[in-house]
Design a binder for this molecule. Sequence first.
Ligand SMILES: C[S@@+](CC[C@H](N)C(=O)[O-])C[C@H]1O[C@@H](n2cnc3c(N)ncnc32)[C@H](O)[C@@H]1O
Length: 251
Amino acid sequence: MMASQLDLSFIPTNAEQTRRWDREWLHYFCTEDPKQHMLTHDKLGPPTSLAGKSASEVHQTRLFAELCPLAVWVPGDLLHSSRSVLEIGCGCGFFGKQMGKIGKRYLGLDQSQFALSIARLTSPSECSYAHLSDSEAIGSWAGSMDLMVGRFFFIHQNYASDLWVLRLASILLRKGGVVVADFWLSNPAIEHGIVHPANHDLDPLYPSCAFAFTVEQIHRLANETGFSVEDIADQPSLQRRFVQLRRNSAT
Ligand SMILES: C[S@@+](CC[C@H](N)C(=O)[O-])C[C@H]1O[C@@H](n2cnc3c(N)ncnc32)[C@H](O)[C@@H]1O
């Protein structure tokens, strides 16, 4: 499909959402060590091999010794064989700079211009970044991505946002492309912050609050956006419901 024929007007891009996440990043940097985000790709040593690792092993793997674990639930062979990787909600490019460094074509999209500035400064040339409002740049990638990852991302989306996020993913992924998504899973034994049900509105005060989806809601979401659910892996100790979705070939 030609980029010019694409209608991406369904992506909600108001300045308030950008400001909301810019401010949340300021908050993160006042409360957490920003070094992982600020480290530039040229400071990274040799990578560890991901081939043959299970999703759980990849999640715990330090791909580069200088950085913390990948924290993405994806089978090693799937990541290894994906030549192009999309991340919606890429933040400061923590995952992107690592993908670029191991030779993947990587596209990161985000709502925060502040986070995107850091991502561009820290990533190698294999990485491209675009703000959600840049529909021309986004459209130019249609149908080209093999894999989309969610890293600390789906947990912060409600049902309505996931509808347009997956609609966007289905435009950017090739037919048969895969999404690995990190939904929230409450574990009463672990203390947690604010959690809303999936149908709740976004929280104007707490961008980093979580939204909890039932298995039935995940199947409905996939159905409504042209994906099939391939796997659901509940990991209560990580407070995550990891889901693998495949873009239907017919859509
Ligand atoms: C918790 S951060 C995680 C960032 C990154 N994935 C990482 O692991 O470092 C969530 C990111 O998603 C972005 N974001 C939130 N909702 C979004 C949406 N609907 N579309 C695109 N980006 C979004 C925020 O601006 C923020 O950068």
